[in-house]
Design a binder for this molecule. Structure first.
Ligand code: SF4
Length: 414
């Protein structure tokens, strides 16, 4: 299938990034802040006088398509304009006025405090467009385990062990329960963010624990705390690791979540054991898929998802061409969809190879082929990504929602 104009623009900006202009700096003053600053290279034109500067996190086109802002001095994309006249995304390769855009705004609560004078920005709530992400225990204990000299962390993961970086949330290695004070600060921040408007999804995530039952206990605690303040019943997704069956039943019976998304990350047991050694050891590949199937049995088709790290198979150590990697991933999508599980492909950014054409061209071929094929697979299995799980206003590193809402696909919605 052909991508929509929005999907084509999005994939191009995802792969090329955006080079710095003063307009990007102006946008940063009112935009939701990017986790990564723009870092100038020594010989790069730089009017800021600083080595690195804050930039916006997410830009939006007029139809609401959300695109992550990645700095890249070599990109043909740049930003012009200001808040009064409007911003535009300009390509050096097109003799046009560019595309009107806006940026995901910086909400007032991000500079606010809870009633016990704690910064809301550090309370474990963040936004991706219209999605609130709740993460009150980001430290992953897989980082603390080694077997035969191999770390049990997933190879791509930018989280870390519970340590001084998670101390502000009261997370300590070996302690399952989330401190009550952390939960109440999260609740107050989430309530404030919901009252500020435009939140249509809530996603519960966190680091993993080697004991799946303990991980379930922690997520049950967090889900109950979210449910207590989510009086509008905004749909909630359980984004833990694969959980034991009896714990899944608890989430279902207590009506704590509307969706489940246990991230398998990669198709095939051979790759899973290498990319996710901890998940493979502590849960197991077959058990992970069984748990997702169990969730389909409880919540139904269209409510169970699994996120995949799209493109990690192209890392040199796996020895796959982009065609082989795409064929394998498509085989996986076919299998998962036949079980009622919808895979969601988040683009993997190869550290060090970023923007290197020899690497990025095959990765883009892979990503586009995979997304086209998965659209067709979802249609054939009559699986729709539910708006209560994810939509084009929050999926910033994925294409599924942008492709599926294409009016030409017969499944369009704005
Ligand atoms: S289980 Fe999750 S948090 Fe832990 S290393 Fe893997 S991806 Fe990262």
């Amino acid at each position: 299938m052909a991508f929509t104009d929005s999907a084509r623009l999005k994939v191009d900006v995802m792969f090329h990034g955006i080079r710095y202009t003063d307009a990007m700096g102006r946008a940063a003053t009112h935009a939701y802040p990017n986790f990564y600053p723009y870092r100038f290279e020594p010989d790069e034109a730089n009017s800021t006088g600083q080595n690195k500067v804050a930039i916006p996190y997410l830009l939006k086109t007029v139809d609401g398509t959300l695109i992550r802002v990645q700095g890249n001095r070599k990109s043909h994309w740049s930003i012009e304009g200001d808040a009064n006249t409007g911003f535009r995304l300009i390509s050096d390769e097109a003799d046009q006025d560019g595309v009107p855009i806006d940026f995901e705004g910086r909400p007032d609560w991000l500079s606010g405090e809870t009633t016990d004078n704690y910064p809301m920005a550090q309370s474990g709530v963040s936004l991706h467009g219209d999605m609130a992400v709740v993460n009150v225990a980001p430290g992953c204990e897989y980082f603390l385990s080694k077997h035969d000299g191999v770390s049990m962390r997933c190879t791509f993961c930018a989280y870390g062990a519970p340590d001084q970086r998670t101390a502000h949330l009261g997370q300590v290695a070996g302690q399952v329960a989330v401190p009550e004070q952390t939960l109440s600060r999260m609740q107050e921040t989430l309530q404030t963010a919901i009252a500020a408007g435009d939140i249509r999804h809530i996603y519960l995530v966190g680091g993993s624990l080697p004991d799946g039952g303990a991980e379930a206990e922690r997520f049950l605690q967090v889900a109950r705390a979210v449910r207590a303040v989510n009086t509008d019943r905004i749909p909630v997704t359980l984004g833990s690791g694969a959980l034991p069956d009896h714990n899944l039943q608890q989430f279902f019976d207590e009506k704590l979540v509307e969706n489940v998304c246990f991230n398998l990350e990669i198709w095939s047991e051979a790759l899973f054991s290498k990319v996710c050694p901890g998940k493979n050891r502590f849960v197991g590949y077959d058990r992970w898929i069984e748990s997702l199937e169990r969730a389909v049995g409880l919540w139904g088709r269209g409510r169970v998802y699994t996120a995949m790290v799209a493109g990690i198979e192209l890392e040199p150590e796996y020895g796959l061409s982009w065609e082989q990697a795409a064929d394998l991933a498509i085989e996986g999508a076919e299998d998962l969809c036949a079980r009622g599980i919808i895979p969601i492909y988040s683009l993997f950014w190869p550290v060090g190879q970023q923007h290197h054409p020899d690497y990025m061209h095959p990765l883009r071929n892979y990503f586009e082929k995979l997304n086209s094929a998965c659209h067709e697979i979802r249609q054939r299995h009559d699986l729709q990504i539910w708006e209560g799980f994810m939509c084009h206003r929050c999926a910033y590193m994925q294409l599924e929602c942008d492709i599926d809402r294409d009016p030409r696909s017969g499944n369009g919605h704005s």
